[in-house]
Design a protein around this ligand. Structure first.
Ligand code: ACM
Ligand code: ZN
Length: 767
């Protein structure tokens, strides 16, 4: 009895000391199984590293170098058994008995660590072991004893990088590969050709890089922002030589990463057309210039001319020896059919092949390229538009416009890789646009990425097998530097790694976001890598009705400090540090604003969060009316606005009634406009109601002439809320919205006491 007790105490001690009660021991992605045991293994100068085969030696040496660089521990590496007085770390390919080629086991005992796996598996075992080691890198590190068995959920785990819009230097491509490998991702999708730049040397067509690798200037600001657009008047360009590409592929291979090149066709090919205009539609097409702004271009490869196919086959013939990958990505997305419709060569191709339309011509194009690549022993991947007009027989679909492309492919017994924009587009914003670098749009924070299950539940188990994996995409229209790429991928890539590797039953967002991510970010904080500092754990951008509010926060990066204010000012280092929990009391009839910021040891700062606390004790009385008409009255004002305050209903170009606030009504009218909706909302019972709007651009919601939701200003789609204490009955409601160009979104929501949030619909609205 006594003995067991000692063991238990010891075990608890070990847990708190080293694992901070983290059942996953700090490992991202979370392993399949982790069993904690009593005791610890201590790394010292007297430890020894052992290996079996030459490949095991390679991985053992990487671990040796890691210990040396991080902890100044230079431990001998030996094939023969060395009697290490303070324990051995054995890297072995024969020790792994599992079936998965990427699986591994890691057995940590007090005197010996067995790191077991074959090739990639052993490499991943080493990554896990490195992650278990403490972030504070000093002295002789100790780790808790444990048994870990692990294997991936998906065989395809990818990250994409667009180097067409912005060229990324070679050392950064290597760094990118390093971080993929660290997080057990096994595919680098290298998007090498675009309208704005052709980035890979093709010796038979040198103008592709000499002309197509460069553009005269680049758009400043957002593509949607203003007309006419401003340019930087600065030439931009560059490309990778075939020797450099070989270097990258070899480097990636050494990290168990497959590089899949993407050569876009038939669309996104203006840079190639700038070099070889004869590949476009019609007689004497062009001239074209390498694109200088973003968006989808109508000039594409001609699908009627044989010379297009000869050219692309020549290009691929040079590409194939550089990339041993079975998969070659041939694009296929966003190809307008405008030019094909007017081109005699394309129309002849359609007639000669009994094709129904230009969609089938696109399908002909992709089929033909697939046939060529299949004849060389390769398989194609295409974006989900390759479904249009019929899928090529052996194609794998990369589903980006949503999940439906992947679902359709799987139902046709084709493999699919899921990369839906809403969940894994890392060019999207991670916070409210006014606190983030310029981005293409969208809002895809880490939690959204984490919430994604790549395997659609609507598929049968047989069809689900065709979902071979998941990938995040990094499009670089608005990402011009490696530092900005880093900001966009960290920490979201951690979430990607976990949805790609970890089985559903082992996923746990709380453990991920609150225990493991802060540790990994603390590690990054010690390097020169840029990352987005998440806002404090527990801090919310919201409006809450409360007389007393408990403040319970944790730093999002281990070792970082949280500063806060309750006076409305932006918090900074001169403000109070959050060091213990406290409660804020809000006097009756008053508001209080809690603002927080996280500042990391290296000085990186999070966005500022704002929690508005409202103590509204007396409820707003209902109006003594019974309005007869359903819906709201609306006022429509075309024009350029930057605030809803500028909307004067007396100046409305159009008025009428509308069921609710959808701006769809005004689509296809002016590019920029404002609208005001007025009427009454029926409140079913007394209580504190929460209202919110999501809008791109600004909006406000007023109840009884009082501003409840302040979501004004030019910004991307974002939700803001507010609260109102209301008595049962009709209350005046006014909703204001303006659209300054770009995507056109406006929705209003209400959360009644004790009910779920719902959109404010016609059934609640009157005028
Ligand atoms: C894409 O995002 N156009 C594939
Ligand atoms: Zn044509």
């Amino acid at each position: 009895m006594r003995k067991i007790l000692t063991l238990l105490t010891c075990c608890l001690f070990a847990l708190t000391s080293f694992a901070q009660n983290d059942p996953n021991l700090g490992i991202i992605p979370a392993p399949k199984s982790v069993m904690l045991k009593a005791g610890q293994f201590q790394f010292t100068k007297q430890s020894g590293i052992l290996f079996e085969t030459a490949e095991d030696y390679k991985i053992a040496s990487l671990f040796h170098d890691f210990l040396k660089n991080s902890y100044f521990l230079d431990i001998p590496v030996a094939k023969a058994f060395i009697k290490a007085p303070n324990g051995v770390i054995r890297f072995s390919s024969s020790g792994y008995t599992g079936k998965n080629a990427e699986g591994y086991s890691l057995s940590i005992g007090p005197k010996q660590i067995n790191v077991s796996g074959k090739g990639a598996g052993l490499f991943y075992a080493m990554q896990s072991l490195m992650q278990i080691l403490p972030v504070v890198r000093e002295g002789a590190p100790k780790i808790p004893c444990a048994e870990i068995n692990d294997e991936p959920r998906y065989k395809y785990r990818g990250m994409h990088l667009d180097v067409g819009r912005h060229m990324m230097p070679l050392p950064f491509i290597k760094k990118y590969i390093d971080v993929l490998a660290q997080y057990k991702l096994n595919t680098f999708h290298w998007h090498l050709t675009e309208d704005q730049g052709w980035r890979i040397e093709i010796k038979k067509y040198l103008k592709l890089t000499q002309v197509g690798g460069f553009r005269a200037q680049t758009l400043i600001g957002h593509y949607h922002d203003r007309m006419p657009q401003a340019f930087d008047n600065t030439p931009y360009g560059g490309f990778y030589t075939q020797d450099e590409v070989k270097q990258i592929v070899a480097y990636a291979t050494s990290k168990y990463i497959t590089v899949i090149p993407e050569i876009e066709m038939p669309g996104h090919s203006v840079a190639a057309l700038a070099a070889y205009p004869e590949l476009a539609c019609g007689d004497n097409p062009g001239p074209f210039k390498t694109a200088e702004n973003w968006g989808v271009k109508e000039d594409v490869y001609c699908a009627g001319k044989e010379s297009t196919f000869n050219f692309l086959q020549d290009v691929l013939t040079e590409i194939l020896p550089l990339f041993p990958s079975t998969y070659i990505h041939i694009g296929g997305d966003e190809c307008p059919k405008t030019r094909w419709k007017e081109c005699k060569y394309c129309q002849k191709r359609i007639a000669d092949n009994n094709l129904k339309n230009e969609e089938e011509l696109q399908s002909y194009f992709i089929h033909r390229m697939e046939k060529f690549l299949n004849s060389k022993g390769r398989q194609i991947i295409g974006w989900d538009e390759i479904l249009q007009g019929g899928l090529a027989p052996n194609a794998t679909v990369m589903s980006w416009t949503g999940v439906n492309g992947g679902i359709a492919a799987a139902k046709q017994n084709h493999d699919a890789i899921m990369t839906p924009g809403n969940f894994v587009y890392f060019d999207h914003l991670q916070g409210k646009s006014d606190q983030e670098p310029l981005a293409i749009g969208g809002y895809t924070p880490m939690q959204e990425v984490y919430s994604y299950d790549p395997t659609p539940s609507t598929l049968t188990p047989e069809q689900q097998k065709h979902i071979i994996g998941v990938q995040a995409n990094v499009w670089t229209e608005y990402i011009a530097t490696p530092q900005h790429v880093e900001y966009m991928i960290f920490p979201r890539m951690y979430a990607l790694s976990e949805i790609a590797w970890t089985s559903l039953e082992n996923k746990n967002y709380m453990n991920f976001a609150e225990q493991r991510v802060p540790k990994h970010l603390a590690q990054l904080d010690k390097t020169n890598t840029v990352y987005r500092v998440p806002t404090a754990i527990g801090a919310k951008d919201t409006v809450i009705a409360a007389a007393e509010y408990p403040v319970r926060l944790k730093p999002s990066v281990t070792g970082a400090k949280i500063y806060y204010t309750i006076n409305g000012y932006t918090p900074r280092e001169t403000d109070k540090t959050y060091s213990a929990d406290f409660n804020i009391k809000i006097p009756a009839g008053e508001q209080c604003t809690l603002k927080t910021i996280v500042i990391t040891p290296s000085g990186k700062r999070s966005a500022v969060t704002t929690t508005t606390l409202v103590n509204e004790p007396s409820a707003g009385a209902a109006l003594n009316i019974s309005p007869g008409n359903k819906g709201l009255r609306y006022f429509y004002l075309p024009g350029d606005f930057t605030s809803v305050a500028q909307l004067d209903t007396l100046q409305a170009a159009e008025k009428g009634t509308a069921p609710s606030v959808s701006p769809a009504k005004f689509r296809g009218k002016a590019r920029t406009f404002g609208t005001v909706f007025t009427g009454y909302i029926n409140i079913e019972k007394d209580g504190v109601y929460s209202f919110s709007t999501t809008s791109d651009d600004g909006s406000q919601l007023w109840i009884d002439n009082k501003l409840v939701v302040q979501n004004d200003g030019k910004h991307f789609n974002f939700e803001t809320n507010g609260v109102a204490n209301l008595l049962k009955g009709y209350h005046k409601i006014e909703l204001r919205y303006f659209q300054a160009g770009g995507s056109n979104e406006f929705k209003a929501y209400v959360t009644a006491p004790g009910k779920a949030k719902q959109e404010i619909t016609e059934s609640m609205l009157f005028n």
